[in-house]
Design a binder for this molecule. Structure first.
Ligand SMILES: [Zn+2]
Length: 258
C-alpha cells in the first residue's frame, strides 16, 4: 500500500511515494506542469496505484477552497479535480509543519518555510491549526513601511525577507550578509511574536532559503525579543522534500480518519 505526497511550490513540483521509506519519484518544473496538473496526477496514479494522495500547495485555502496563490504562476482549481482515489489538499507550510512535528516528536511546533515567500504552519497538541483556513500566515503580517507585497498588501514581512524580495540570496547566505539585512531582524521579531502567542516547543525552519540559515544566529536573535521563560529550540530542516513528505503524512492521517 503506497501513498503519494506532492509539493506544488513556486519553482518545482516534487513528488514522493511512501512505502517503507520515502522515495523521491519526480521533480517537475512548476511553470511547465501547473496547467497540466490533472494529467500529472493521472500519470502518477496509473503508475503507482496509491491509496490516497496528499498535496501541499503554495496556495491559501479557506474552507478547502483555494483563495489566492501569490507565489504560483496560477491557482489550481482543486474542485475540477475528481479522482477515483481520495486526494487531500493543504497549504504547503502546513504540510511542512506536520512533517516537522512527526519527525521531531513535537506536540507543539511552528514550522516556517522560507523560499520564494514565507509560509508558516502551526501544530498544537499534534493537530494542524487552520483557523478559518489561513492561520499562521506570518509572511503577510505587517512589519512596517509601504513596500508592496505580492499578495496585494503593504509592509508585509515577505517584502523584506523572501526569495522574491531579496536579490542574490545564495550569495547573501554564503557571505553571511543575510544576517545583517533588515529583513532578518524583522523575521526574528515576527517569530518571537508568534512564540508569545503559541508557546511552541520547537520552531522548525526550512525551505530553499530557511534550510540554509544558521540555527545559532536565529536562536540568539529570536531570544533577544523573548523573556528567558520562552526559549523554544530552532531546528533547521535542510530537506527539499519536507513538504512532499508532510503531504504524504496528510494523505495517510486523513484517510485513516475517514
Ligand atoms: Zn503579503
Amino acid at each position: 500500500m503506497v501513498f503519494l505526497g506532492i509539493d506544488v511550490g513556486g519553482t518545482n513540483i516534487d513528488v514522493v511515494v511512501m512505502d517503507e521509506k520515502f522515495r523521491n519519484i519526480g521533480t517537475f518544473p512548476t511553470k511547465q506542469y501547473i496547467s497540466k496538473f490533472y494529467e500529472l496526477l493521472e500519470m502518477l496514479i496509473q503508475k503507482y496505484k496509491p491509496k490516497a494522495i496528499g498535496v501541499g500547495a503554495a496556495m491559501w485555502f479557506r474552507k478547502n477552497k483555494p483563495l489566492n496563490a501569490p507565489n504560483l504562476p496560477e491557482i489550481i482549481q482543486v474542485e475540477n479535480i475528481v479522482l477515483d482515489i481520495p486526494i487531500f489538499w493543504d497549504n504547503d507550510a502546513n504540510c511542512f509543519a506536520l512533517h516537522s512535528s512527526i519527525a521531531n516528536k513535537a506536540e507543539n511546533l511552528i514550522g516556517i518555510t522560507i523560499g520564494t515567500g514565507i509560509g508558516c504552519g502551526v501544530v498544537m497538541n499534534r493537530e494542524v491549526i487552520r483557523g478559518e483556513g489561513l492561520a499562521g500566515e506570518i509572511g503577510h503580517t505587517f512589519v512596517g513601511g509601504r513596500k508592496k507585497c505580492v499578495c496585494g498588501g503593504y509592509g508585509h514581512l515577505e517584502c523584506y525577507f523572501s526569495g522574491w524580495s531579496l536579490k542574490n540570496t545564495e550569495k547573501l547566505i554564503k557571505s553571511g550578509e543575510i544576517y545583517n539585512v533588515r529583513g532578518f531582524d524583522l523575521l526574528c521579531k515576527a517569530i518571537a511574536n508568534a512564540v508569545m502567542l503559541l508557546d511552541p516547543q520547537i520552531i522548525s525552519i526550512g525551505g530553499r532559503i530557511g534550510g540554509k540559515l544558521d540555527k545559532n544566529k536565529l536562536e540568539s536573535s529570536i531570544y533577544t525579543y523573548l523573556m528567558p521563560q520562552f526559549n523554544p529550540k530552532v531546528k533547521i530542516i535542510d530537506d527539499p522534500l519536507a513538504v512532499a513528505k508532510g503531504a504524504c503524512y496528510l494523505a495517510i492521517l486523513s484517510s485513516q480518519s475517514q
